[in-house]
Design a binder for this molecule. Sequence first.
Ligand code: GTP
Length: 608
Amino acid sequence: YPVEVIRNFSIIAHIDHGKSTLADRLLELTGTIAKKVSGKNEQVLDKLKVERDRGITVKAQTATMKHEHNGKRHLLNLIDTPGHVDFAWEVSRSLAACQGALLLVDASQGVQAQSISVFHIARDRGLTIIPVLNKIDLPAAQPELIAAQMQSTFGINPDDILPISAKTGKGVDAVLRAVVERIPSPPSTDIKSPLKAFLFDSLYDRYRGVISLISIQQGILRKGDKIQSCHTRKRYEVTEIGIMHPEEVPTNSLHPGQVGYIACNMKESSEAHIGDTLHRVGDAVEPMPGFKSSKAMVFAGVFPVNSNDFPKLEESIKRLTLTDRSVTVQGESSSALGQGSRLGFLGTLHMDVFRQRLEDEYDANIIITAPTVPYKVIYKDNKEAYISNPTEFPDASDPSSKVKEIQEPIVRASIIVPAEYFGEMMDLCFSHRAEELDHRYLDTGSDSSSSRIILKCVLPLSEIVMDFFDQLKSRSSGFASFDYEDAGYQRSDLSKMSFLLNGKPVDALALIVHKSAQENVGRAWVKKLHKVIPRQLFEVPIQAAIGKKVIARETLSAMRADVTAGLYGGHYERKMKHLENQKEGKKRMKRIGTVDLPQEAFFDILRK
Ligand code: GTP
C-alpha cells in the first residue's frame, strides 16, 4: 500500500452522539467485521466491560479497514477516541496520528459542549474535518437547524455536512467516500529514510506484555528489528508486528503512513510513553514533537473493606495500572481504615471507571475516601509543594506556620443548555464559586423555545469534583452538557476541616473546605456523623473544627444500660455488593480514641 492510498482518521463527537455505532457501520461496510444479523447493538470497538455497561469508550482503540474506491484499494485507519471530558488528553494524543476527523453531531441534540472542545483540538492540529449529522432517522431530528448551528459555531459550510443514520446505515457509504476524497494521505517520505515510528497509544496483554500502537512516519519497521525509544533510550526487539483488523493481525512489516501495533518485550505500560518516537538502534533521528503527558487532578484514598485483603487489593491495583498508566499510585495508611493506596485520576469519571474495573475484573471490595484536587502551598521562603491529601494540609492560621499562601486548581468551563434552564445553571455556577460568567445564544435566529445558550465561566476544580456534574444534570433535566479545561492555579482561602469524636480527629474524614462553605459543610457532616455513629456507654461530642476552632457540634447521648450492645442508630438502606462482607464489616470495630466505630459507619459517611 503506497502512502497515497492510506487515510488516517478519527471520529470525534460529544458523548452518545453515535461514534461507536458509526465505527461499527464503517467496519461492516468495509467487510472488516461481519454484519450483525440480530438487531443487537454491540459495539466492536468498545471492548472493556465497563465501556459496555456505561456505553462510553474509555480506552482509545484503533482499527484498519481495506476499502476499494474508484477501482483502487485503500487502507483506512480509524483511530477510536474516548468521548468524555476526563479523557480529552487521550483524544488529543490519538489525533496526533491522524490527518482528518469526522465531526459527528447528533441531529436531535445539536452541538454540545464536547463537540466544541474536540472540534478545537482537531482544528488546532490542522486536521481536515468532515462534518457529519447523525441520527437523522429520529423523529426529533432537526437537520436544518443543527446544520445552521454547525455553521454558526464552527464556520462549517452546510453543503459539506453529511446527513446519516449510523443506526440504519443510511448515508454511511458517503462518509466512507468522503474519508477517501477529502482527507489527505499521510505526508510521503522516502522509504529509505531512517525509521521513525510515533507511539500514540498502548494496550496491555496478559501474555505478551505491552502492545504499542504506532504510526510509521518514515522508513519501514520489520519484525525482528532492534529499536530504541528516544525518550527512555531503552532498547527492544520487535517480536510481533501487525495491523488492527480490528483484532491484531500479524504482518511482516509496516510502511510509511501505516498504523499498527508492535509487541517488543516491554514489561510495563509506563515504558510506553505516549508521544515517544521509536527508531532503529544505531540511527540518529530527531524525535517527533511529543505532547503533554497526563496529569492526575483528582485524588482519593482506596482501602479494602476487609483490612486482610490489602495485599490482594495492592496487587489488583498494580495490574490495572499496567493497562492504565494515567493512574498514579502511592501508599496511604489511616488509623480508621488501615492500610490502603492513594490514587490519582484524570477526573471523577476516570475514578469511577477505575473503581468499577477493580470491582468487576478483580472482584475487589473497596471503600474510597472523598476526592481531593492537588492544592499548591507556597511557603514564606517561596518554596512550593502540591498537597492532595487532606491529612497533610497545613494550618495556615497557625502563627508559627511557614505558609505564605494556598492556591487551588481552577478550570475554564463551558455549559450548553436550553435557554429555559439558564437561570438554574447560573445558580449552580454561583453556588460553586464560579467567576467571569459570560454567555451567548448558540443558535441565532431560531425561535426562542428551542434556542440554547453557551455559558462560560471559571471555577475551582474542587467544586466540580464533588457534585457539580450530578447537579448540572439533575437541574437541567439532563439537557445540559459540560466540558472544562485546565486554567492554572488561583489563590484561595482554604482550610482543613477535621472531624473529632470525643476530641480525637478521624483522619480518613478530613476535608479541605473553602471559607465560604465552612459552616454549611461542617454542620452537614456533623449531622451525618451523628446519624451513623452508634451510641457508646458515655456521651460523645462530635465536632467539626478548622484548626483549633470548633465550628459545628452534635452530641451523641450515652447508651442506656439496658440497650443491647452493638445496636446503633441510623437506618441503612443500601445495597452492599457482598452481604458476607457487610456482616463482617459490622463486627469489625475501629477504635478512634475511646470511641468504637463499626466500619459500616465509614461506608455510610463516605458514600455520598
Ligand atoms: P461514547 O462511546 O460514550 O462516546 O458514545 P458514542 O458516541 O460511541 O455513542 P454510541 O455509538 O454508543 O451511541 C449512543 C446511542 O445512540 C446508542 O444507544 C446508539 O444505538 C444510538 N445511536 C447511534 N447512532 C444512531 C442513529 O443514527 N440513530 C438512532 N436512532 N440512534 C443512534
